[in-house]
Design a protein around this ligand. Structure first.
Ligand code: A3P
Length: 319
């Protein structure tokens, strides 16, 4: 649905005729807006968002490049805020992407004035996005963010492999389909792909977190895997809901609830679909660090390493 053009208004139709465009590996048109590649309907969502979004100080926006750990970060954030309730977790009743909707692909997909009343008045509004930082910031007056933004970053090679599996599931192909891996690899290396270039997305938030650490937190998937409790505490502190002494054991409970095994075995995630028709189950796979080793050729790895090193050069950013 994101790939189609049926949501475009007249203004956007005229705008896209002036934007750089490129076909993806399926022959679908991508457009470059503010340095990032979008399918037409998603671009309309971005424009609607920039026109209509009114941030509140308590808002939280979870940002990422696709396949970097978005679903996990969403689940953890929900669980952090729900730990004060004694009721069962909303994660049992909806997928994390239903609970923390994407701004450009869900809420603002078709309108610049979505109904936001579904958010509970007693807790912060939770949104998510794959847009780069500068595009997300456009509706913020005076250029700084009034709300909190958490970005999750992941090793680019694992992102590529995760993307490959996700695409195969989406295209209902055999997982062994190497041509989809090849085309995902080409698109990642050229930077011309949905929400690409990868490095622009990462660096935009990296710089944002250095400039305004109170409002932008930069997290790494690998650190979340290697020391989850430290990272969840860091997240809680940043979001203004740190764990107290009395909450002994609470961190472990949240981690257990949000573990890949726990989430993927919930009925809602085994059977349901997202608003844009993706199986909930396709968001849960292995969740391992370094799985790319099992799939990429040494030549592919070398090429990616060279590109990334070149792109990060001079930024001070290491991954
Ligand atoms: P793999 O394909 O490497 O297994 P996103 O949520 O941004 O779409 O990223 C999906 C990746 O995060 C997938 O990686 C998926 O398995 C992993 N993932 C999903 N839920 C997770 C969880 N609760 N804990 C750790 N990793 C998780």
């Amino acid at each position: 649905e994101n790939m189609r053009e049926d949501n475009l208004n007249e203004e956007t139709k005229s705008l896209i005729s002036s934007l750089p465009s490129h076909k993806d590996f399926l022959g679908k048109q991508l457009y470059n807006y503010q340095g990032c590649w979008y399918y037409p309907n998603t671009l309309q969502g971005v424009l609607n968002f920039q026109k209509g979004f009114k941030p509140q100080e308590t808002d939280i926006i979870l940002a990422s490049f696709p396949k970097s750990g978005t679903t996990w970060l969403k689940a953890l954030t929900i669980a952090l805020f729900e730990r004060f309730n004694n009721t069962s977790s909303s994660l049992q009743f909806d997928n994390p992407h239903g609970l923390v909707p994407f701004l450009e692909m869900s809420l603002y997909h078709k309108t610049s004035i979505p109904d936001l009343t579904k958010f509970s008045p007693s807790s912060p509004r939770l949104f998510s996005t794959h847009m780069p930082f500068h595009t997300l910031q456009a509706p913020f007056k005076d250029e700084s963010s009034p709300c909190k933004i958490v970005y999750v970053c992941r090793n680019v090679k694992d992102v590529l492999v995760s993307q490959w599996y996700f695409r195969c599931a989406y295209l209902e192909k055999e997982v062994e389909d190497k041509s989809t891996l090849e085309s995902s690899f080409e698109s990642l290396c050229s930077g011309i792909g949905y929400f690409g270039p990868f490095w622009e997305n990462v660096l935009s938030y990296w710089r944002g977190s250095l400039e305004d650490p109170e409002h932008v937190l930069f997290m790494r998937y690998e650190e979340m895997k290697s020391d989850p409790s430290a990272q969840v505490k860091r997240l809680a502190e940043f979001l203004g809901c740190p764990f107290t002494e009395e909450e002994h054991g609470c961190v472990d409970k949240i981690l257990e609830l949000c573990s890949l095994r726990s989430l993927s075995s919930m009925e809602i995630n085994k059977t349901g679909k997202t608003s844009n028709n993706l199986h909930h189950s396709s968001f849960f796979r292995k969740g391992e660090v370094g799985d790319s080793k099992n799939h990429l050729t040494p030549e592919m790895e070398t090429k990616i390493d060279m590109i990334i090193e070149e792109k990060y050069k001079g930024s001070g950013f290491k991954y």
